[in-house]
Design a protein around this ligand. Structure first.
Ligand code: AN7
Length: 352
């Protein structure tokens, strides 16, 4: 059966009517990949799955929320949208706005945005504004812009974003044919963890699942306001997507963690990069560093003996590794070209 995107598939659970124009790139329906090799490498045997959100049309989970946010903006006769972004939101907003024939304004911190994401915004014809400041400053500014001008704000404080993103929880339940025991998820602006929790709750209310998972969120050590319980003024991490010091959805995320008997932890950049490589090398899945924070969190909790044997765990891999190939390349030894003959190639292969 042909897939028509998350609004078509989950219409009954979303705030849309027949009057809503559906702006879609057929997002959603992403793979839930069993990860036995990675699972076996952990200190505690778990039944591990990777929800590969990098398989969405613009390469991240943001597309699920953006299809709803942009469709509603068009329904409300808006002709322009704005967002602040560490990269993925800007890529997704730019693509969906292009499809809707809307103008997109995206404000990103100067530096610290992966090249793939910048190229997406530019290719889709967005007005890209590089800010001499970080994400948190960009976010404050776009909120004011959206108050002063008739431009729809498509950051995750826009409730339609959360509505769309909750569909990922529906898919996980359908793919597993039950709710997982634990969901490991990276946390930046804290919209996605809130959206998943909403999705699981709604699916239980609808009688589609019996139990609810624990939501286990992960922040980078240098950008962990939710863990520390206070705003981080100068967030720093290699995982540029989650380089956020003052998350917009702070209280919703705290509620998701408390209600689900979950927790929020932090991982170092070194742990993130180890997990990033492990997922790629043990499972053939290339995610971006921010996504690997969730896997790093799982590695850590297994080491600490916090996960019961046989638990069914889903790690949310929020974005595609190709977005940020600079980081991958910095991990590898420098490339050394060899002469164009078999002897040189065999030697380089280490076969003699
Ligand atoms: C790959 O694009 O905030 O906790 O401006 O790109 O819902 O913010 C991106 C966030 C995780 C964190 N993984 O999700 C943006 C932006 C990836 C991301 C997150 C982001 P939230």
């Amino acid at each position: 059966m042909r897939w028509h995107g998350v609004i078509h598939r989950y219409r009954d659970y979303l705030p849309v009517t027949e009057k809503t124009p559906v702006i879609t790139l057929q997002e959603g329906n992403t793979p839930l990949i069993r990860a036995d090799r990675l699972g076996e490498a952990l200190d505690s045997r778990v039944e591990l799955f990777l929800k590969f959100e990098g398989a969405n049309p613009t390469g991240s989970f943001k597309d699920r929320g953006m299809t709803v946010a942009i469709s509603k903006a068009v329904e409300e006769k808006m002709t322009a949208v704005v967002c602040a972004s560490t990269g993925n939101t800007s890529a997704s907003a730019s693509a969906y706005a292009a499809r809707a024939g809307c103008r997109a304004y995206v404000v990103v911190p100067k530096g610290n945005v992966a090249m793939g994401k910048l190229s997406q915004a530019l290719m889709h014809g967005a007005r890209l504004i590089q800010l001499q400041g970080n994400f948190d400053e960009a976010f404050e500014i776009v909120k004011s812009v959206a108050e002063k001008f008739p431009i729809a704000l498509v950051n995750s404080i826009n409730p339609f974003r959360i509505e769309g993103q909750k569909t990922a929880a529906f898919e996980v339940c359908e793919q597993l044919e039950r709710s997982p025991d634990r969901v490991f998820i990276p946390v930046g602006n804290a919209g996605n963890i809130s959206a998943y929790w909403k999705g699981f709750r709604e699916y239980r209310e609808a009688g589609r699942i019996q139990n609810l998972p624990r939501m286990i969120g992960w922040q980078a050590e240098g950008a962990a306001p939710l863990v520390r319980g206070e705003v981080v003024k100068h967030p720093e991490t290699v995982a540029s997507a989650i380089r956020i010091g003052n998350p917009a959805n702070w209280s919703m995320a705290r509620a998701a963690i408390e209600e689900s008997h979950g927790e929020i932890g932090l991982v170092s950049d070194a742990e993130i990069l180890d997990a990033y490589r492990q997922v790629a090398q043990l499972e053939g899945v290339f995610c971006e560093p921010a996504s690997a924070a969730a896997v790093a969190g799982l590695v850590k909790q297994c080491r600490e003996g916090k996960i019961p044997r046989g638990a069914q765990v889903v790690c949310i891999l929020t974005g595609h590794g190709l977005k940020d190939s600079e980081v991958a390349l910095t991990l590898a030894p420098p490339l050394q070209p060899v002469e164009a003959n078999i002897e040189a190639v065999v030697e380089a292969m280490g076969l003699n």
